[in-house]
Design a protein around this ligand. Structure first.
Ligand code: HEM
Length: 447
């Protein structure tokens, strides 16, 4: 199938001396191709236009996309701002730390980061909290024999995040629906009419924020209670400068959002890879039998190198966050070009994650990349989590839950004498933006 580009738009144009990718549609620009076919779009743009080119993100405008490896280090550059994220998704990410720079960003991040480090996670007993939830879910899959994998991992992740926050897991399907509608705010055309994505997304956000405000009020009323929301509320309340409840609610919403779709997608891809590569499954089962139980502390993760390698290699080939927007505050040198101050930039994590410049045989799934390495993991090896001041706060949490999930899956299915089987076409229905995920329709059998 050809890439979803507008055949009537073939004109070659330049902006600031940099080529614009042809094929944009009115209003939505290149978004259809970005959402459905990003890898081929980036490859074609690089082949025909070189390492620097403009992509049209529809309502978010044109972003200068650079596939030169130098672009990754822009994430650490002092003259590059994240404020563009708020302009692209003001209703969703406005006031959240992902869209803040400098001192304001540090203040908001400092108020929550300790809870996400291995020590904080271990002290809060997060591994003990998650293990039974994960085990119960994979047992249910075994009993059902066949599941739509992304829907299932999405529900599991929501349940885990709820338990992390100390929120009783009632009405999960309702929350799930609200999340899907909320995500539409990122690509919603600016038309506010009943039934359209903007109206639906706003009402989902208002619903979620109202629930979160209630949780915050509840946390203050029961300050002695433990739980993630209580810890966050007290960290925010004792922060150096005043942080309003709006900032607090927006950042809890960010955590729910950032920790849900990305992780559900990665977990679903892990199961898909295990189903289509029996040798991976055999290696995982061997490891799971050796360790004998789902690990619960960070210190135990070193005993599960196969599960860790599975998580890292799956995320390398299927990064959940594919593109990061930024703005140049000053004129910058980027590869061979000068980029004017004010330029809107797109940093294609997907491209670097599967680049031949960084990885041997980049398209092949190789556990050995991770199992045989002797040096520690470098920032470039975990670029799927970004780098610099905004590097993902959830990295250690993801690592823990992915290893727990792999071991629980292998122990449960092996005990029942079954293994995962792929029942659908993996290539059909993949999405790459705003977050990347396999098709909702993919089914996995356990037999
Ligand atoms: C596989 C799973 C995940 C992936 C691939 C991922 C990826 C990323 C990336 C690429 C960024 C950098 C954004 C930027 O620089 O603009 C980021 C930031 C962030 N992530 Fe994650 N993430 C994942 C899971 C999580 C989880 C589980 C949580 C928390 C529950 C989380 C919370 C955050 C937060 C709060 C930020 C913003 C940090 C800041 O701006 O200082 N993420 N993530």
């Amino acid at each position: 199938m050809d890439i979803l580009l507008n055949p009537l738009n073939r004109r070659h144009r330049l902006r600031s001396d940099i080529p614009v990718m042809p094929g944009a549609f009115p209003l939505v620009g290149h978004l259809p191709a970005i959402v459905c076919d990003l890898p081929r779009l980036l490859q074609r743009a690089e082949r025909t236009l070189g390492s620097h080119f403009w992509l049209d993100f529809g309502p978010a405008g044109h972003l200068m996309t650079c596939v030169d490896p130098d672009a990754f280090s822009l994430l650490k550059h002092k003259d590059v701002s994240s404020a563009l994220i708020e302009e692209i998704a003001p209703e969703l990410l406005g006031g959240t730390l992902v869209a803040l720079d400098g001192g304001a960003h540090r203040q908001a991040r400092d108020a929550i980061k300790a809870a996400f480090l291995p020590k904080g996670l271990t002290q809060a007993g997060i591994g003990d909290l998650f293990a039974p939830v994960i085990q119960a879910r994979v047992q249910a899959w075994r009993a059902r024999g066949e599941v739509p994998i992304l829907r299932e991992t999405g529900n599991l992740m929501l349940k885990l995040i709820f338990s992390l926050m100390g929120i009783p897991a009632q009405d999960l399907p309702g929350w799930h629906r609200k999340y899907r509608q909320l995500l539409q705010l990122i690509i919603a055309p600016p038309v506010d009419l009943p039934g359209l994505p903007l109206r639906r997304g706003r009402s989902a956000r208002d619903w979620i924020d109202a629930q979160l405000r209630r949780f915050v009020r509840d946390a203050r009323a029961h300050a002695a209670r433990t739980g993630f929301i209580n810890d966050m509320v007290s960290a925010f309340d004792s922060s150096d400068g005043p942080l309003s409840d709006d900032v607090l609610v927006a950042n809890i919403r960010l955590l729910l959002l950032a920790g849900h779709d990305t992780t559900a997608s990665t977990m679903a891809w892990i199961v898909i890879e295990l189903a289509r590569q029996p040798v991976l499954w055999d290696a995982l089962v061997e490891e799971a039998q050796r360790v004998g139980a789902v690990p619960t502390r960070h210190a135990d993760l070193a005993q599960c190198p196969v599960a860790e390698a599975l998580f890292r290699e799956t995320l390398r080939l299927h990064p959940a966050t594919t593109l990061l927007p930024r703005r140049a505050l000053q004129e910058l040198q980027l590869g061979q070009r000068r980029i004017p101050a004010g330029t809107h930039l797109c940093i294609p994590l997907l491209h670097f994650s599967t680049s031949a410049l960084l990885h041997e045989a980049p398209d092949q799934f190789r556990l050995a990349r991770w199992l045989l390495r002797t040096e520690p993991v470098r920032p470039v090896d975990m670029l799927q989590f970004g780098t610099g001041p905004h590097v993902c706060i959830g990295y250690h949490l993801v690592w823990l839950e992915m290893v727990q999930f792999c071991i629980a899956l292998a122990l449960t299915m092996h005990k029942a004498g079954v293994r995962p089987q792929l029942l659908s076409d993996v290539e059909k229905g993949r999405r790459y933006y705003p977050t990347a995920h396999p098709s909702m329709a993919i089914r996995i059998g356990f037999s």
